[in-house]
Write a protein that binds this ligand. Sequence first.
Ligand SMILES: O=C(C[C@H]1NCCC[C@H]1O)Cn1cnc2c(c1=O)CCCC2
Ligand SMILES: [Mg+2]
Length: 496
Amino acid sequence: GLGLTFKKEENFGDWYSDLVVRGEMIEYYDVSGCYILRPWSYAIWESIKDFFDKEIKKMGIENTYFPLFVSEKALTKEKNHVEGFAPEVAWVTKSGDSQLEEPIAIRPTSETVMYPIFAKWIRGHRDLPLRINQWCNVVRWEFKHPTPFIRSREFLWQEGHTAFATKEEADKEVHAILELYRRVYEELLAVPVIKGVKSEIEKFAGGLYTTTVEAFIPTTGRGVQAATSHCLGQNFAKMFEIMFEDDKGERKMVWQNSWGLTTRSIGVMVMVHGDDKGLVLPPRVAPIQVVVIPVPFKGIDPSDECLKVVHQLQQADIRVKEDLRDNYSPGWKYSHWELKGVPLRIEIGPRDIEKKQVRVVRRDLEDKAEGRSQDIPVADLVERIGKILDEMQKHLLEKAREERSLCIATAYNWDDFMAALNNKKMVLAPWCDEVEVEENVKARTKSEGDGGAAKTLCMPFEHDTLPVVQEFLPEGTKCFASGKPAKRWALWGRSY
Ligand SMILES: O=C(C[C@H]1NCCC[C@H]1O)Cn1cnc2c(c1=O)CCCC2
Ligand SMILES: [Mg+2]
């Protein structure tokens, strides 16, 4: 039948790739690592974009568009920015059958596209702060196994690039944007994230520090970097000579940030909420929030009542659609819209018409759960549906939060750390904050562990749902890996 071939807990990889196709989010494509975003997932990206775009405009950030192409000269200007990434850069080397004089790179990110221009635009302190963003695609020739939304060779994102006169202003914006990323995940996608700062080896090489929101996939026990907000310091200003005359006439380098959120966010949402019946979409981003299905009986066809209910809900700005197709049974339609993750379905049969009520069924509750389906008088429909959708949005986040909390262990020594890691958990452990110790943990967990190396996902900021407080490390606590005096709590895990 319509059901999925694979079970989430048994065969996660196949469950996921099958689900994004069967749920009509993704179509595969003949260029490896590239996927087609079908309307069902593109509409989710639009919801994320609408929210984030509105919020950054409130902050005075303006959208712009820079060219897709980067000259080799510009791309290689900031040495340690690109050297680690060089293999991922895609190049245009010919047009038609004639070689190009100079190869041109396709942007993998736009620091090196924009910053030579920033140097022209920024002269005096009155040109600051400069704060722009662009919604675009980027290309990175990744070699790791591609996964729809999570890792692809082309993806959509927004990239913000800002310049300030002082570090204080830059620091403040880094955290303001990080909070917006938290809101995208927790308020729209109903996915809990942990805010923190990246370690020296995990941060963006060209920057000063990287803050991040980290999500987690309980089924695989893997962390996933959900969005990043970097303070670049003055590193790029130095390389691209982005200087300004301050109000005392002194020439200074600007302080810069860059921050990005990608279509990976859609994949994270699918992985966290999906089940063996298919997608489960949070109402805030569901392209269709309610589907209305007639249940004909003894020659009575409730299609007209369905259209009346659709019209009522549309008036209340609820994203609703009727499925009146007469070549599919109600049962088939139930499975189809469950597969696509539509939050609510409304069934209307002859008895419901008589009783002036409808049957409402929630997608987020198990079949036998209390409150999964309820009869609602047509008169109260609009108000009740709105309330149920809000309840579902909250329930999805709370459920995901609770599930994640079961996947966070605290470890003070190597054995407990490995046990938790191999039990598909993220591990909070006291760490000496030394680079070579992190390198060593990566090497040891790669060989000893079964699912690839563990790394630091972040050093969590004060976080109300973590069992530790960053500032509080009991006196004399030792690093779990090196035995040296621990300096801070780090959140470790295997990741995507
Ligand atoms: O892209 C960033 C930093 C920054 N870019 C702008 C948005 C936020 C943030 O991701 C890091 N980065 C990742 N990956 C690559 C590069 C790179 O700079 C450059 C070369 C190709 C691969
Ligand atoms: Mg990368």
